[in-house]
Design a protein around this ligand. Structure first.
Ligand SMILES: *Cc1c(COP(=O)(O)O)cnc(C)c1O
Length: 235
């Protein structure tokens, strides 16, 4: 393990934890109300190992093959794997074989596979519904269920024995003010919790906008670059 890399990650993590603590204080929240999920996509399993040693409990991945391999290499670590990427229905069962929480559920077609994978693994799978905050003209090709369709999708998750509805996930729209989007998300989440009081997770905010997300009630922020540095160029 490279001592240099460890120092780099420790520094990035300390900065992010400080930002989270400051944002919580500014919003009158306790900083243990917010979990930092460190997004390790594009970075090696050795980084996950270092992060676990630094006290990181939650890591996020967005590509199935990479996540599958990395989680296997890190099977001895006590970290929770969040799947936050686009999901094909034919991969859903496989994702459920290693993910502890799938955050990017945005259509009913994924549920059968996720439930099957969870059943094979022999334990319930935590699910977040990814809600689209994009204006209609930008929503094309972007992930996320339209807020109007959220209730119906949530009911289908509740009806699946192997799936546990935990809350919502969202990504701020490209090129728009994230605060406005997260404010809207807070309203959506509040209505959602009236029907699903136990599904209080709100996963929102990334390296560039975590303060705004926390000020509008995020319980989980997903932070990559601010901890690990810039990702390699391939996308
Ligand atoms: C990559 C990714 C992140 C982390 O983004 P950073 O800007 O590196 O913090 C968060 N959420 C999702 C859905 C992602 O794909």
């Amino acid at each position: 393990m490279s001592a240099h890399r460890e120092a780099e990650l420790a520094e990035g993590l300390a900065q992010v934890r400080q930002r989270v603590a400051d944002a919580c204080r500014a919003g009158g929240r306790r900083d243990d109300e917010v979990t930092v999920t460190v997004v390790t996509k594009f970075f090696p399993a050795s980084d996950v190992r270092i992060l676990a040693g630094l006290g990181v409990t939650d890591v996020g991945e967005n590509r199935h093959q990479e996540a599958l391999e990395k989680s296997a290499e890190c099977a001895d670590l006590d970290v929770r794997w969040h799947y936050i990427g686009g999901l094909q229905s034919n991969k859903a069962a496989a994702v459920a074989s290693y993910a502890d929480m799938v955050e990017s559920v945005d259509r009913a077609k994924l549920l059968t596979g996720l439930a099957r994978g969870a059943a094979l693994r022999g334990r319930p799978l935590d699910v977040l519904l990814q809600v689209s905050l994009d204006p209609p003209e930008q929503a094309d090709g972007r992930s996320g269920v339209h807020p109007d369709d959220l209730a119906a999708l949530a009911q289908k998750v509740v009806d699946a024995d192997e799936l546990v509805l935990r809350g919502l996930m969202a990504v701020a729209p490209l090129g728009a003010d994230p605060s406005a989007a997260f404010e809207r998300l807070a309203g959506i989440a509040e209505r959602f919790r009236r029907d699903h009081p136990d599904a209080g997770v709100v996963s929102a905010g990334m390296s560039g906008d975590l303060e705004a997300a926390i000020s509008y009630g995020a319980t989980h922020v997903r932070v990559g670059r601010a901890v690990l540095g810039e990702r390699p160029a391939i996308k």
